[in-house]
Design a protein around this ligand. Sequence first.
Ligand code: PLP
Length: 287
Amino acid sequence: QWIFRNGQFVDRDSATVSVFDHGLLYGDGIFEGIRAYSGNLFRLREHLLRLYASAKSILLEIPYSLDEMMEIVAGTVRRNLLNDAYIRLVVTRGMGDLGLDPKKCPTAEVIVIAEQLNMFAPELYTRGIEVICAATRRNRSDVLSPKVKSLNYLNNILVKLEAHAAGVNEALVLNSEGYVVEGSGENVFLVRDGVVYTPPTYLGALEGITRQAVLEIAQELHIETREEPFTRHDVYVADEIFLTGTAAEMVPVIKVDGRVIGSGLPGEVTRQLHRVFQERTKTDGYA
Ligand code: PLP
């Protein structure tokens, strides 16, 4: 396995970072998760636009242009002879001293890893998963914006730990006002009376690339979509629920806090959207 690191490909065992890297010491950095489907880098440009927006927000200079980064990502996938891959792109503030001052970090660290990843067992995509609503609340947007895909994912990890403790696959996160925002690393959708709902990202969600793709597919299929806040109650009484994310792709949810959703099977709208989504992943992007 070849890892891109600061302009070079190094093998897996040599791909290490310094203990003085501020990504490690302070979580000072950002990342992206990207997928290749049959050689197509699904919505690569959109992922990189989000990466550069995250970088700008935390005043981190990425030493490559967006077009160079497109080639770096594609090159890493090619170099590993992968057709289907999950790609992790990480940019940290780089090496500094033990103080937190970013000025002491002259060069950013850029890492690209491409490998195979399946987030949930394959049968869960046809059967659906069970989730709970986590007690952990989403980062408030008056602190670090949840729209920055930063290396501070501890909040999301606490959510995942709650799911594990409850013996379920995933958990939904609410914001401090009690609105459902997203999953630990996925956006959330519900379907009620044929209408597809997803929370507006200003509630505290990441602007998911998969979320946007699914909204566009729904519109093309003439399914009504609404970006509206909803509560735990709305989730419990939904006809269908699904999560979207680069790692999770599109996964149906069939139980929330012990409440069976709809018929307890992935719903018709979810399956229809999933079918088209799967086709799109092979063509919509950068090959
Ligand atoms: N929400 C969070 C917190 C995430 O980390 C992710 C993963 O990237 C998502 C949502 C889904 O976004 P995307 O579809 O762009 O992968």
